[in-house]
Write a protein that binds this ligand. Structure first.
Ligand code: VGL
Ligand code: ZN
Length: 216
């Protein structure tokens, strides 16, 4: 059992937006089921932050910006390999809002990411060039938070990249699995992006828990 320390623990909501749910532009299987699980957690933590995937039209991560390339294939970008996605998370559209059923009373800061036209940003801390910062580290550090409990979409992309950066920045990181859902693209040898993410995160000491592991 984990006991919440209300001074130094914070719940993180990663990209809990309709664009990643049933009926959205980049639907994650069962993405919408995380909303009630996250609301239960929000009633227990005193502090929370949220991220929002927030792209301009024609963003470089969209397959539509690369003629001849299909969604869910990869290309080389100046900063490394990039999966191409369907157009999604368009800044200012209803599907890019935080899910309307979320109880946002405890969400003290919202970080938007992915608004630079030429760089994608999975992580809540750095854009995919691993150098451009979002400012979240400064906010968390100045507020004195030490342990992050991450939830949201998708486990194997934005949640995983946020968790890895957080661990490297010195935070103690927990991924609350029943409050997350994965995209699960195939990788090498019958593995998926979720299998690969679990392995990378485990090596960094990031723990996968379920919401019932957190004491009432
Ligand atoms: C995400 C793909 C593209 C995510 C965002 O939130 O995991 N995935 N943009
Ligand atoms: Zn995106």
């Amino acid at each position: 059992m984990l006991r919440i320390d209300h001074e130094t623990d914070i719940l993180g909501l990663v990209d809990v937006q309709p664009t990643f749910m049933f009926g959205g532009e980049l639907p994650v299987t069962d993405g919408e089921v995380v909303v009630p699980v996250i609301n239960r957690l929000l009633s227990r933590f005193r502090h929370a932050f949220a991220t929002q995937d927030w792209h301009p039209p024609g963003h470089a991560s969209f397959a539509s910006a690369h003629p001849g390339h299909a969604p869910y294939t990869e290309i080389d970008m100046p900063y490394g390999r990039q999966v191409l996605w369907p157009d999604h998370g368009i800044a200012g559209t209803p599907n890019a809002a935080l899910h309307p059923d979320l109880d946002l009373r405890r969400v003290e800061v919202v970080i938007r990411k992915g608004f630079h036209p030429a760089i994608d940003s999975y992580s809540a801390f750095f854009e995919n060039d691993h150098r451009t910062v979002t400012g979240l580290d400064g906010w968390l550090r100045q507020r004195g938070f030490r342990r992050l409990f991450l939830t949201g979409l998708a486990t194997d992309f934005c949640v995983a990249w946020s968790a890895e950066d957080a661990a490297r920045l010195g935070y103690d990181v927990f991924v609350v699995e029943d409050a997350c859902r994965a995209i699960g693209l195939p990788t090498m040898g019958g593995r998926t992006t979720l299998d690969d993410a679990r392995q990378r995160l485990g090596q960094l000491g990031i723990r996968f828990i379920v919401s019932t592991d957190i004491a009432e």
